[in-house]
Ligand binder design. Structure first.
Ligand code: COA
Length: 314
């Protein structure tokens, strides 16, 4: 059992399928345009294809390599997904086997909030004895997209992001978090078994701004930090206009957030680890920085976490 009190992210990785579809290409089969999609969502293109387990494995292998770990170093695998390969068993079981992990594995479905739910859950396992937890968000939303519905088809993409969470003594930690669910709103964004995604777009937009703001503030309050102290916000990558509005309401300048949705569209539970990985690869994070992760999604769920960035134990 570990005795360290803190937590740090020691590895990260991303997988995006090779096929890229631009807005202009979508406009060939849908009554829409590049200009409309860009202006209303900020999305320019998306990656489509692959399987949820395959993308998860690719992202996880990178995260393990960055963390310099072997498969049997991992004590638990949590896979956030709303698009599993099969109804049963969990996609995490396949990923666990193919990565050669010897630990337990489970899926978490909290829609686009799933990665932050999983990160908070993984942190709880670290606090109660695990040394290393692999947390992945992986999605193949294209399988559930109605490609004849211009109001939803423009928004989604496929991809995966993964992180390794480790117990640590060097200052990194999860300082505060907030998870919420408003099940009475489940009909405004849903997909029946065997069906396609249906969404009341402008209602989801309005509720998303409120949910992100409320959840982000609650996590900062729990962490005891002010908006001015946050160095980086990693928001769910659904729509740049949602992020712009929520950042204003959170009282944090837009420049402190990251937006990769222009290239990935909305990859649900994969979007936050994909965006976080890009921020890390671009050296936007330094030791002791406070990072706010804030997600929202179908359910309606929302989830936020404030983490203090730690470096390798020396
Ligand atoms: N191309 C062109 N026109 C489109 C269109 C498209 N792809 N999709 C919808 N329209 C039309 C609508 O039919 C409507 O036409 P009308 O006024 O003649 O009825 C008009 O554009 C405005 O539609 P509206 O839905 O009010 O637009 P909007 O500004 O709210 O933008 C979304 C639409 C979907 C981009 C926006 O509502 C959104 O992003 N919502 C949140 C979605 C989301 O994030 N979901 C995932 C949550 S995890």
């Amino acid at each position: 059992m570990n005795t360290a009190s803190g937590i740090r992210i020691s590895g990260w990785g991303v997988a995006l399928p090779p096929t890229i579809v631009t807005n202009d290409e979508l406009s060939e089969t849908l009554d829409t345009s590049n200009e409309w999609i860009l202006e209303r969502s900020g999305i320019a293109k998306r990656h489509l294809g692959g399987s949820t387990s395959g993308l998860a494995i690719e992202a996880a292998l990178q995260a393990l390599a960055v963390a310099n770990l072997q498969p049997n170093d991992i004590d638990l695998l949590i896979l956030a997904t709303t698009t599993p390969d099969d109804q049963v068993p969990a996609t995490a079981n396949k990923v666990q086997h193919e990565l050669g992990l010897t630990c337990g594995a489970m899926d978490i479905n909290a829609a686009c909030s799933g990665f932050v739910y999983s990160l908070v859950a993984g942190s709880g396992f670290l606090k109660t004895g695990c040394d290393r937890v692999l947390v992945i968000g992986s999605e193949t939303l294209s399988r559930f997209t109605d490609w004849e519905d211009r109001s939803t088809a423009i928004l989604f993409g496929d991809g995966a992001g993964a992180v390794v969470l480790e117990s640590s003594k060097t200052g990194g930690d999860l300082l505060g978090w907030n998870l919420s669910s408003s099940g009475e709103l489940r009909d405004i964004l849903h997909c029946e078994i065997g069906g396609k995604i249906k969404m009341a777009g402008s209602e989801v937009f309005r509720k998303a701004v409120v949910a992100m703001t409320k959840s982000g503030k609650a996590a900062m309050d729990e962490a005891g930090v002010n908006p001015e102290e946050i160095a980086l916000v990693v928001p769910h990558q659904a729509n740049i206009r949602i992020i712009e509005t929520a950042m204003k309401k959170l009282g944090i300048p837009l420049e402190k957030s990251i937006w990769v949705g222009d290239r990935t569209a909305n990859t649900s539970s994969a979007s936050i680890p994909i965006a976080l990985s890009e921020a890390l690869n671009n050296n936007r994070v330094k030791k002791n920085d406070l990072i706010l992760l804030v997600g929202f999604g179908a359910g309606m769920t929302s989830a936020s976490a404030v983490i203090r960035w730690g470096e390798a134990d020396g």
